[in-house]
Design a protein around this ligand. Structure first.
Ligand code: F6P
Length: 344
């Protein structure tokens, strides 16, 4: 078999581990892997690289993607014919598409409507892809945010300050809730369950009353600035959408800090972790998860199990229809309920 591998959408730690796992599985079985550069754009523009032993050696621990990535959409770009032709020209028996929920939707359409032999692998720091328990990249992001919260604790304590930490996650609060719980946050604000400014001020004030003169507030970028009056605002750096049509997010941390300082009188600072959460070396958990995903995707390709996404459910690798991946997976709110026990 000749199997193509591509990475599309935003990068995350673990992509190289997944690429390596597909390629090494193929090599071991006497098959051949080929890298498609810059996501689906590589198929449309004949941009490939070999994925032999030499190319996939020493990349397990590296962040980013050796294949580069893009948000190129063959359907929107009118490039489906070029993509389909690439399978014949390159003698590709299958392509493993590694991406987030948006890439899974493109992959679903290319398979369902055009019969292309595609297998999906979910990746994202947001952990919001449906049909699977965990995406790789998430654990690394959580670790980065947890480290940041640990560091902010010492300076917050020294200065009696409120520290607001804005984290990524798009429309879900997975990173905020997990890192907030791991870091002992005093309040976690997520899109799935609005928390009003008044409620946060109440918790901060209660902490002060019991002798805790600092607070760490973790807020997910997609959370709205909400007030007891019912007024809710999505904060955006610019009133714009990204290349996938999602609203650009960012700024809730600063907006919340202004409100908290003004209402409580406590000095407040903001840290926006931004793309730091997506960079650098993957954790061991993400390396293992990405390797399991890549190995399973190879087996799916080998078995001709197309139009599906590799998934982890519990400790078991399985496969689910690509349509399931497209349902945004929200945080299980029981996680937040437990975190709340530690807020005041
Ligand atoms: O989906 C991953 C993610 O990092 C989100 O958490 C974030 O909202 C978005 O991508 C940022 O996208 P960009 O890299 O285009 O700024």
């Amino acid at each position: 078999m000749r199997i193509g591998v591509l990475t599309a959408g935003g990068d995350c730690p673990g992509l190289n581990a997944a690429i390596r796992a597909v390629a090494r599985s193929a090599i071991q079985q006497g098959d051949e892997a080929i890298g498609v550069r810059r996501g689906y754009q590589g198929l449309a523009e004949n941009d490939y690289m070999p994925l032999g032993m030499q190319q996939v050696t020493g990349i397990l621990h590296q962040g980013g993607t050796i294949l580069s990535t893009s948000s190129f959409e063959p359907i929107r770009e009118g490039a489906v014919d070029r993509v389909a032709a690439a399978f014949a020209e390159q003698r590709l028996d299958a392509v493993v598409a590694i991406g987030g929920e948006h890439t899974m939707e493109i992959t679903r359409q290319l398979h369902a409507d055009h019969g292309l032999p595609l297998v999906g692998v979910p990746k994202t720091i947001d952990n919001d892809v449906g049909g699977t328990d965990y995406t790789f990249g998430f654990d690394t992001a959580v670790q980065i945010v947890t480290d940041a919260i640990d560091r902010l604790h010492t300076t917050a304590q020294s200065h009696d300050r409120i520290m607001v930490v804005e984290v990524m996650g798009r429309n879900t609060g997975w990173i905020a809730a997990y890192a907030g719980l791991a870091g002992g946050a005093d309040c976690i604000v997520i899109p799935e369950q609005p928390t009003t400014v008044e409620e946060i001020c109440r918790d901060v004030t209660r902490r002060h009353e019991r002798g805790k003169d600092f607070s760490i507030i973790v807020v997910a970028e997609g959370a709205k600035l909400a007030f007891a009056s019912g007024d809710e605002r999505l904060i955006q750096p610019v009133q714009d959408s990204d290349e996938y049509g999602y609203p650009r997010l960012g700024g809730i941390g600063a907006a919340l800090a202004v409100e908290l300082e003004h209402r409580t009188g406590y000095e407040t600072r903001v840290t926006v972790l931004g793309h730091v959460q997506r960079g650098g070396t993957p954790t061991s958990t993400d390396r293992i998860l990405a390797t399991l995903y890549g190995a399973h995707a190879y087996e799916m390709a080998k078995a001709g199990d197309f139009g599906k996404m590799a998934a982890i459910q519990g400790t078991r690798m399985t496969e689910v229809p690509l349509a399931e991946a497209v349902q945004v997976k929200q945080l299980d709110l029981r996680m937040l309920e437990i975190a709340k026990r530690f807020f005041t």
